[in-house]
Design a binder for this molecule. Sequence first.
Ligand code: 5GP
Length: 138
Amino acid sequence: MTAYDPDNIFAKILRGEIPNHTVYEDDRTLAFLDIMPIVDGHALVIPRKPARNIFDVEPEELANLVKVAQKISLAACKAFDADGHTLRLHSEASGGQEVPHIHFHILPMRTGIPPRPRAMADHGVLAQHAKKIRDLLG
Ligand code: 5GP
């Protein structure tokens, strides 16, 4: 199995070396907005503990990540009036993974509004969107 790369971009975010638009954090997890959102409120939730993907994450760590993902998903759906939701986990390049630190994509979905192509988001807009979710999480 491929080893965990401590220089991946999410490891740098966890170390505070790269800024992010945080929506939630606790001692085990961090959630922030995707820099190239395909829907409004597109967030990523990651464990602080290093793990590459489904193949090497500890089951208990994965269970905690799902628990936190649900909490953020509910807030994100409320914040963006979503009537549906997609939770996505890619593992390895063949599974669609680009960043080799395990993460769930949280995608609030609205009827009639399909995901858009990936494009870099405006930081001002991301800041506003992150605040909308944070406010609902208290
Ligand atoms: P993957 O294909 O690995 O499941 O998804 C990685 C996601 O990370 C992509 O949706 C991409 O837009 C996002 N991403 C890549 N680099 C950065 C970054 O520096 N900051 C943030 N917030 N998201 C990133």
